[in-house]
Design a protein around this ligand. Structure first.
Ligand code: NG1
Ligand code: ZN
Length: 555
């Protein structure tokens, strides 16, 4: 057809460097931005085909999340706002690696295998993060959609979860909300205000939160949201991109892996104790905000789909509240509400091998919730969480959300609207209803998670320290090891055991035996050319030593 000629013509403007091989990994393609132009163009084409196949709008997000500024990446979003289905990850890899002269054949192969009617309409939503390469790369995506005769809507600068949300809204005819950034802000902020009106006696200090925007898109978007939140939340936003470099010594990944506060955020440990850090205007009055021990801070990652919390105590000790602590807080809150509402809905928590052993034990033994462990990568957790009435899923690094089954949502809705109930039961039902609205169920969302956490702390009248003491983390360490070929490592049991190379698991087992309460595993990263090593033990020295010894066994 004409479209194929157009694809051929346009693709010569986005040529593939011959011999370059890239793979659609844990979260799409990700590498140095200079290698990605042809990938973007081709992903525009693939998104248009996926749209024709599903007869729905597909999303394409240009971002490399927590990776350095010079990297970039792209991921496809399926109709309900979820990650693209595995078979199409395979097509993405095929299309990305076809040499220039084989491109049409590769396309026709996909069309045939999936019996796609290419005369159908195609609709694609495109978004990008703040990287300097993102503008030209997202233009290449738009070119790809157009070459196939598809329609696109360019959302410009948005967080990854915002684009997931838009796709879901569009394909559910607005039932999930309006497919606009404004619609997103108003849905979430209204739900937040419904939740926090149950905690009206909060002081200004309790309402204050320091936000590290990782010098990325999250900072821009949380600032846009600020006005909608009125005085329900008072944020001081740091690393907003006005000075520093994206993800450099800041952001959720840095804080989680380094286990220390980001630069660019005043902290008690950095000698900022008692220093004014911001001035807020309130009802015409200015009030200066100081940093004090125990102040709540959070960090987003580069595309704002992850969040971690932390504080520094008066001894200068840093305390991290990661994805496991977040899952536990949310799970506690939901179970209490379900109890009060007398609703019989099962709550499950989905984790990965990186979940701190203490969190798993607490959730299992004390909370008595169902626990599931999946492979790393949000798509695996999301999928597993869909099996339950309420599935709370979080990676330790702070990526996660809560999924409510359709039946669970209906039960909650019915109870909230039931005129025959009142008192505590009614209140709990209404809180559950607002909880559903504040959550972005399409994917982990730093802004939405932040609002949920802030609301829970407010409603429970809980400080970040009290939250932190729900259980005590086992000391742990994560290391990266560079190897010639990371794919020689094969794992099983949700990546907790290595099956190859031969002897590696035995070596790890005997190292682990030397430490108390110890656990360790290795796996090839899906986003970087490294092998990741994780170890935990009863002391930090033990965890550090074990991680080091295991990393030597990987060579
Ligand atoms: P890899 O590189 O496969 O470990 C990392 C994170 C994942 C996930 C993806 C996508 C860790 C240990 N791994 O994957 O959890 O977030 O990036 O961003 O944090
Ligand atoms: Zn991210």
């Amino acid at each position: 057809t004409d479209n194929f000629e157009e694809v051929l013509k346009q693709s010569s403007l986005h040529p593939k460097p011959s011999g370059l091989v890239l793979e659609y990994g844990t979260s799409g393609f990700r590498t140095n931005a200079k290698h990605l132009d042809h990938i973007m163009f081709r992903m525009g084409i693939l998104a248009a085909l996926r749209s024709q196949k599903t007869k729905a709008t597909i999303g394409v997000m240009v971002t490399a999340s927590h990776n350095p500024e010079e990297d970039n990446g792209v991921k496809l979003i399926d109709p309900m706002g979820e990650m693209v289905t595995p078979a199409w990850e395979g097509y993405a890899t095929q299309l990305a690696n076809a040499e220039q002269e084989d491109l049409l054949a590769a396309l026709k192969d996909i069309i045939e295998k999936e019996s796609i009617n290419v005369s159908l309409e195609a609709n694609v939503f495109v978004g990008k993060d703040t990287r300097s390469s993102s503008a030209r790369l997202s233009q290449a995506v738009l070119d790809g959609v157009k070459a196939l005769g598809g329609h696109s809507k360019d959302y410009g600068l948005v967080t990854t979860p915002q684009l997931h949300y838009m796709v879901c809204c569009q394909n559910t005819q607005g039932k999930y909300g309006a497919a606009t950034v404004e619609g997103y802000y108003s849905k979430l902020s209204q739900a937040f205000s419904q939740l926090t009106k149950n905690a009206s006696n909060r002081t200004d200090d309790q309402k204050h939160l320091c936000v590290d925007g990782a010098n990325g898109i999250g900072a821009l978007k949380v600032r846009e949201m600020e006005g909608h939140l009125k005085n329900d939340l008072q944020m001081s936003i740091f690393n907003d991109g006005s000075k520093g470099t994206l993800n450099l010594h800041c952001g959720a990944d840095f804080v989680k892996v380094q286990q220390k506060p980001p630069t660019g955020v005043p902290s008690v440990g950095n000698g900022d104790w008692g220093q004014p850090v911001a001035v807020v205007e309130e009802n015409g009055l200015s009030r200066s905000i100081e940093i004090n021990p125990g102040d709540r801070c959070c960090s987003f990652d580069g595309d704002a789909d992850r969040i971690v919390y932390y504080y520094t105590d008066s001894q200068g000790h840093f305390h991290l509240l990661d994805g496991d602590k977040i899952a536990t807080l949310i799970c506690t809150f939901l179970k209490e509400l379900l109890n009060q509402a007398a609703l019989d809905l099962k709550v499950a928590v989905v984790q990965t091998a990186y979940a701190n052993g203490s969190s798993t034990r607490y959730l299992e033994d004390v909370m008595k919730v169902i626990i599931k462990c999946t492979k790393t990568g949000v798509k695996h957790l999301h999928h597993a969480a869909q099996e339950f009435d309420i599935g709370v899923y979080f990676e330790a690094n702070g990526h996660g959300t809560v999924l409510f089954s359709k039946a669970a949502e209906e039960k909650i809705q019915q109870l909230a609207e039931d005129g025959s109930i009142s008192g505590e039961r009614k209140k709990a039902a209404l809180l559950l209803q607002s909880t559903i609205s504040v959550i972005n169920q399409t994917v982990g969302d730093a802004i939405s998670d932040m609002l949920l956490i802030e609301a829970i702390l407010a409603i429970k009248g809980m400080t970040v320290q009290q939250w932190d003491t729900i259980y005590t983390d086992l000391p742990n360490r994560q290391l990266k090891v560079k190897v010639a070929d990371r794919r020689v490592i094969d794992t099983t049991d949700a990546e907790r055991r290595a099956v190859s190379p031969a002897g590696l698991q035995d070596a790890i087992d005997s190292l682990v035996k030397k430490y108390r309460q110890a656990r360790s595993f290795v796996r090839p990263s899906g986003t970087e050319d490294v092998v990741r090593v994780y170890a935990e033990a009863d002391t930090q020295e033990g965890a550090d030593a074990l991680a080091h010894e295991v990393s030597l066994a990987v060579y």
